[in-house]
Design a protein around this ligand. Structure first.
Ligand code: BES
Ligand code: MN
Ligand code: ZN
Length: 490
């Protein structure tokens, strides 16, 4: 997707579609156009949040689309991102391969030109996404949105260009992630994830190490191996290294759960919606998308990406409830429920992370159904061992429009994981499921600040919304980027 910043007056743009983000009140009709004026003065169109109006044959634009962003006092980055996504969705459904996007003065809130350009592009990436790759006979084929022209005032041009650079990079990472999430389990295997990491490394010059099954065994990752042992597909442990900061300065570790399909294993899941468990690799794909952004923006910071990748399937060789395995850290784990596999593969990754002496570690994982019960689909469950890092991640999530909400990790909850035979067990039953999952991970975090993001409720959507198609959300890509850019001082 190509983007350009233009400083033409709105009424002079020749375009198949001119989309203008507006606010109710003064900003509702920024264009001097008769049919728009009538729609507004009649009260038919008020420019309220999500409200759209499409008119034809006005001025040099073939079509004009107004999109309401909400009251001027309530305009945030998220509000603009959302309105932009609604505009892009309409552009896609109209089949215009290119469109022009502007924001009425009153609908800008207090956003600066740089962040405005950035979030407009993020919104276009979100709204124009479609996944047609695997359809041989699409019912209603629509071309991709190929280019978007963003209108800014001349005085804002330079700032807007700086925001465009960031927006373009985030859009690329976001689209990479969303497409990868969408790949079915028979395509996106652990080996395939590793190939994607290798490709990213080759394109951007990252360090990359991929451990195969024999090397994972040699490394002593008994928990990851236990999950993988039921599957014919080999596991992989993927390490990506980006060096943008001073050599030797402590890196940020990004860790992503890469279960390419989660059947539950011997503790098998019900059939209904089990196909959605191809999205159980969403933490891993978020880490890969963040590296795509890093490769494009090259911020001054060191980052390591760690991805344990495996399938979770039942078979005659699968791990069983009651089995005890030895983790990479050395602690023994009693496996109560083979469907609590995410924490098993992540615990070995957290333990492996020690060798990098990370300044901070953040893991993203579709870890528990319980987080969907607690927070639904609008917030990431966030837990960790360091208040300052929790605040920092939460702020990054706010800027990214990927909101995080804290849950407690009090000592009392540790008791849920006491085992009769081993150092710890992998499931504490139904109570406080998300907290128990995080407590399990905490048992394997040794000596660095760490935040766990439970993205089970936010990694994919079961239906479409006004600004979002059904399916994968690339959650984490924007959050990781905002976090890293701020840390890098950019
Ligand atoms: N991948 C699932 C969690 C999940 C649920 C992701 C719904 C997306 C949507 C995870 O591996 C899992 O099965 N967790 C169990 C843990 C339990 C057995 C302790 C769960 O949440 O039921
Ligand atoms: Mn599971
Ligand atoms: Zn899972």
């Amino acid at each position: 997707m190509k983007t350009v910043i233009s400083t033409k007056p709105l009424l002079n743009v020749e375009t198949p579609l001119l989309a203008v983000i507006v606010a109710p009140g003064a900003g509702v009709s920024p264009l001097k156009d008769a049919s728009l004026e009538r729609a507004v003065t009649s009260g038919d169109y008020k420019g309220q949040k999500d409200e759209t109006l499409l008119v034809y044959g006005a001025g040099k634009a073939e079509r004009i689309l107004l999109v309401g962003a909400g009251k001027p006092t309530e305009i945030t980055r998220s509000a603009i991102r959302r309105a932009s996504a609604i505009a892009a969705r309409r552009a896609r459904s109209l089949g215009t391969q290119t469109f022009t996007l502007g924001v009425a003065k009153e609908a800008r809130g207090s956003l600066g030109a740089a962040e405005l350009a950035q979030v407009l592009i993020e919104g276009v990436a979100q709204g124009s996404w479609q996944f047609m790759e695997l359809k041989k006979q699409p019912e209603d084929p629509k071309p991709e949105v190929e280019s978007v022209e963003l209108i800014f005032e001349a005085a804002d041009k330079e700032e807007a260009e700086a925001g465009r650079r960031i927006g373009d990079a985030i859009a690329a990472g976001y689209l990479f992630t969303r497409n990868l999430q969408m790949q079915p389990g028979n395509v996106c295997t652990p080996t395939y994830l590793a190939e994607q990491a290798r490709k990213l490394a080759a394109t951007h010059g990252f360090g990359v190490t991929v451990l195969d099954k024999a090397q994972i065994k040699k490394e002593g990752m008994g928990a990851l191996l236990a999950v993988a042992q039921g599957s014919a597909e080999e596991p992989r442990f993927i390490v990506l290294e980006y060096q943008g900061g001073a050599p030797g300065s402590a890196p940020v570790a990004l860790i992503g759960k890469g279960v390419t399909f989660d059947s539950g294993g011997i503790s098998i899941k019900p059939a209904l919606n089990m196909e959605d468990m191809k999205f159980d690799k969403s933490g891993a794909t978020a880490v890969l998308g963040a590296f795509e952004v890093l490769g494009r923006l090259k911020p001054k910071i060191n980052v390591v990406g760690l991805i344990p990748a495996t399938e979770n399937l039942p078979s005659g060789t699968a791990v069983k409830p009651g089995d005890v395995v030895k983790s990479h850290l050395g602690k023994t784990i009693e496996i109560i429920n083979t469907d609590a596999e995410g924490r098993l593969i992540l615990c070995d990754a957290l333990s492996y992370a020690r060798r990098f002496k990370p300044a901070a570690a953040i893991d993203a994982a579709t870890l528990t159904g319980a987080v969907v019960i607690a927070l639904g689909h609008h917030a990431i469950g966030m837990l960790g061992n360091d208040e300052a890092l929790l605040d920092e991640v939460r702020d990054a999530g706010e800027r990214a429009g990927e909101r995080c909400w804290p849950l407690p990790l009090w000592d009392e909850y540790r008791e849920l994981l006491k085992s009769d035979v081993a150092d710890v067990k992998n499931s504490g039953g139904r109570a406080a499921g998300t907290i128990a999952g995080a407590w399990f991970l905490r048992e394997f975090v040794d000596g660095f600040p760490w935040v766990h993001l439970d993205i089970a409720g936010t990694a994919y959507l079961e239906g479409e919304g006004a600004s979002h198609a059904k399916g994968p959300t690339a959650i984490g890509v924007r959050l990781f980027t905002e976090f890293l850019l701020k840390r890098a001082g950019a």
